[in-house]
Design a binder for this molecule. Structure first.
Ligand code: ATP
Length: 421
């Protein structure tokens, strides 16, 4: 079954590997140096070219990895045609691409979430006053897609003021932003496949967004992830279903979204129950790099069932054990301007139980694999316990070398939280 997968990161490498295991013949647009069947010459945002290529190859299914093609309307472009897209339409993608819209959606449908106040760019003074009233315990969120860089978590009025100043310095023209009540508690990611009526959840996972050990330093796209999360027990999951997943599904139905794709819930387990921080309309990266190796069921079958309305009959089975993915990053990331192009060695003799997913890699002039950006590789390890999988992931990470390699040292090693609810 020929299918096209859109995207170019380690997430897409993991998706391509899983779909291939499930029996699909996957062409990746544009892909990268490490993903088989990549097409660097094709632009995933040029839908006409994509359609021509799909028709030429007899492709009837396009699976979307990242948010950009969804926000640009790839599902709308192919709507009503014989080529199916796994991923929401532009309207559905608003759940991720506009934080103000998404917060309103949560409110309209009673999804448990932080209180929030929307402002426009000419209302920064009012936002400053509101932040002061809340003692500076606020989160400032730029409305649009900002690749994880439009969110400021503040702990004092001075920090809130600095965040609002920074927002004004970074964004010009007309924009909106949210001021949100700052919540506390451990975070988990829950990702499901949905056709807008049913939701089939994958394992629980945890990302590590900050660059440095102990969740310090700047935010990144994610430095590592693991699954399943030991403290997300059946009680926690039941609360999440009742307070977050089910109200979301009712909302998708009431508003008659054509939503067929992955839906990601970024959740904080607060002292007053789980609260939704955000939706993403895609698999998380690096969560996908542990969730897909952990998946026993066929992703291809689940995707097909989502598109033909038979998702209710599907079951998602997980493989036993634990899965840990660590990101091998370029020194200097997530700031810009760090050097790349360094040769990568050691990928040939990784231990059993480890998969290497390529993010920012390319082939140098002599065909040698070299670094090509911030998050270069994700090494994903399986083990009987979380500790064993973690040890194996770091053993593998030590075997792969390139100049200025940086690996956050404490992935999957957060102390178990005390859940107060
Ligand atoms: P992502 O890269 O996950 O898409 P994003 O830029 O869309 O991130 P959010 O997920 O909304 O932004 O927020 C990023 C991080 O900020 C969260 O993972 C969480 O750690 C923190 N955060 C967001 N909202 C709150 C809140 N209300 N209280 C406390 N922390 C928060």
């Amino acid at each position: 079954k020929p299918i096209i997968l859109l995207g170019s990161g380690a997430r897409e490498h993991a998706m391509a590997a899983k779909l291939t295991r499930d029996g699909a013949s996957v062409q990746v647009v544009p892909g990268n140096a490490g993903i088989p069947n990549s097409h660097p010459g094709l632009d995933p945002l040029d839908f006409a070219a994509l359609e021509a290529y799909a028709r030429h190859q007899g492709v009837r299914l396009i699976v979307v990895g990242p948010e950009a093609p969804l926000a640009a309307g790839v599902a709308d472009y192919f709507a009503g045609s014989d080529i199916k897209v796994f991923g929401p339409t532009k309207a559905g993608a608003l759940l991720e691409s506009s934080k103000v819209w998404s917060k309103d959606f949560m409110r309209r449908h009673g999804v448990a979430t932080a209180q929030a106040w929307p402002f426009r760019s000419d209302e920064v003074d009012a936002a400053r006053a509101k932040a002061a009233e809340l003692g500076g315990q606020v989160v400032v969120k730029y409305d649009g897609l900002a690749a994880g860089k439009g969110v400021y978590v503040c702990g004092s009025p001075a920090e809130a003021t600095a965040a609002l100043d920074d927002l004004q310095a970074h964004y010009t023209g007309w924009y909106s932003f949210l001021l949100e009540e700052r919540l506390t508690g451990p975070e988990i990611s829950i990702i499901g496949l949905t056709d807008g009526h049913e939701m089939k959840l994958l394992a629980t996972s945890q990302d590590h967004k900050q660059l440095l050990a102990g969740d310090e330093g700047p935010n990144t796209g994610g430095m590592g992830a693991y699954c399943p999360v030991p403290f997300a027990d059946d009680n926690v999951l039941a609360d999440i279903r009742r307070d977050i997943v089910e109200p979301t599904l009712r909302g998708l139905q009431n508003e008659q979204f054509e939503f067929r794709g992955f839906l990601y819930f970024g959740i904080m387990l607060t002292p007053t129950g789980p609260k939704l921080l955000e939706y993403n309309v895609r698999l998380g990266d690096p969560e996908a790099e542990v969730l897909l190796p952990a998946m026993d069921s066929s992703l291809l079958a689940l995707i097909e069932a989502t598109l033909d309305g038979s998702l209710a009959r599907q079951v998602v089975r997980q493989r036993p054990g634990a899965y840990v993915g660590v990101v091998l990053a370029s020194g200097g990331y997530p700031a810009s301007g760090f050097p790349t192009g360094f040769p990568i060695t050691g990928l040939d003799n990784l231990p059993a139980g480890v998969e290497a997913f390529h993010g920012a890699t390319r082939r140098g002039a002599d065909g040698q694999l070299v670094t090509n950006g911030g998050r270069v590789l994700v090494l994903s390890a399986q083990g009987p316990t979380l500790a064993a999988a973690t040890a194996l992931a770091y053993e593998a990470a030590a075997l792969v070398s390139f100049q200025d390699k940086y690996v956050r040292p404490d992935i999957a090693q957060r102390p178990a939280p005390v859940l107060t609810q």
